[in-house]
Design a protein around this ligand. Structure first.
Ligand code: PNS
Length: 164
């Protein structure tokens, strides 16, 4: 019997990758044959890490896991998903406060391309309060984020603080 590969995209800014993201990627990798982390290139935002650095952080965290890919994109997410043959967009839901924005995006994406389904996943409760924004704030103010981000990301955050 022929089997078809199921791919998903997991889009976001990932500035930087957190253990909440890692948790969702692993859950996605358990559901899909391939999951592509899609890093948005947004000229309007000034990220802490360059696009190349954000790609490298995902590569470092998922080295040796061929079912997890990483790419950058601009333009419409549904077009990126179609180019990669992805049937689903994975998004993490941490709390009810995430829901309204996510609901709007999911329905807009469905309107743009009804072939792509949005799949929401909850991270482990221990990561439910983590955001890239808070992680950056804590490090820049001298706090520790050990256990909240991959070790390689933590090192990069401290290097960035030392240079600031
Ligand atoms: O992690 P973030 O920053 O909340 O991710 C937002 C992201 C990248 C998922 C969203 O901005 C996005 O999909 N941008 C691509 C532009 C697009 O397709 N817009 C129309 C559909 S809402």
């Amino acid at each position: 019997m022929a089997t078809s590969q199921r791919s998903a995209v997991y889009p976001g800014s990932f500035d930087p990758l957190t253990n909440g993201h890692v948790d969702i990627i692993r859950r996605g990798a358990g559901l899909f044959d391939r999951i592509v982390v899609a890093i948005l290139v947004n000229e309007q935002k000034t990220p802490m890490f360059t696009t190349d650095e954000r790609v490298a952080m995902v590569r470092e965290a998922f080295a040796g896991e061929p079912s997890v890919g990483v790419e950058t994109f601009d333009g419409l997410l549904v077009e990126f998903a179609a180019r990669h043959g992805a049937s689903a967009i994975v998004r993490g839901l941490r709390a009810v406060s995430d829901f309204e924005y996510e609901f709007q995006m999911a329905l807009m994406n469905r309107r743009l391309d009804a072939r792509v389904e949005t799949v929401f996943m909850m991270p482990a409760a221990e990561y439910s309060y983590i955001s890239s924004r808070l992680v950056k704030e804590v490090v820049m103010l001298g706090g520790t984020v050990t256990g909240l981000v991959p070790e390689a990301v933590e090192r990069r955050l401290h290097t960035r603080r030392a240079r600031a």
